[in-house]
Ligand binder design. Structure first.
Ligand code: FES
Length: 171
């Protein structure tokens, strides 16, 4: 049962019950399969939006794997995050090609407009900024990616408009 793993280390907040039930089913389906830890963590991040400590503990217990092993995987892969994210994650490529073409200006403008630093979430929960290494679109440098949607040849003067577009749109 999905509740068997719960104790004072895993306190369920209001509205999280369904999330843990769903996670439990995913873990049961993935058990014994190759790369099950990565797959489970990936799905857990989709369900919760990020991987807080209690979710990692829950996965460790249900898969019967030591917690440090799960934590190690989460810390190692940059696609996993332990902090909550906004509805839209704006990744700014800081790879060499993008850097040379002004990625830092783009990043500074984003920080100024959204009033957050990389890794933080705006007060309204809409945006998170992240920096990333080359995302393989160097010919379009400088590049940003918004929830995986890549935008090339971005200039800092466009940032305000881009943010406004996403602020108005509903996912
Ligand atoms: S350096 Fe930015 S996409 Fe390659």
């Amino acid at each position: 049962m999905w509740v068997e793993q719960l104790d004072e280390n895993i306190k369920i907040e209001e509205g999280e019950k369904e999330n843990f039930e769903e996670l439990y089913e995913i873990i049961e389906e993935s058990r014994e399969k190759e790369d099950s830890v990565i797959k489970v963590l990936h799905e857990a991040q989709k369900i919760f939006g990020y991987l807080p400590r209690k979710v990692q503990i829950y996965i460790a217990r249900t898969l019967d794997i030591p917690f440090p092993e799960i934590y190690g995987v989460v810390s190692f892969y940059s696609l996993f995050t332990m902090k909550p994210r906004g509805e839209y994650t704006i990744e700014v490529c800081m790879g060499t090609a993008c850097y040379v073409k002004g990625a830092e200006d783009v990043l500074n403008e984003l920080k100024r407009e959204l009033e957050i630093e990389p890794g933080e979430v705006t007060e309204d929960g809409k945006f998170t900024i992240e920096t990333t290494r080359c995302i393989g679109a160097c010919s379009l440098a400088p590049v940003i990616s918004i929830n995986g949607d890549v935008k090339g040849n971005v200039s800092s003067v466009e940032i305000k408009e881009i943010i406004a577009d996403y602020s108005e749109s509903e996912e």
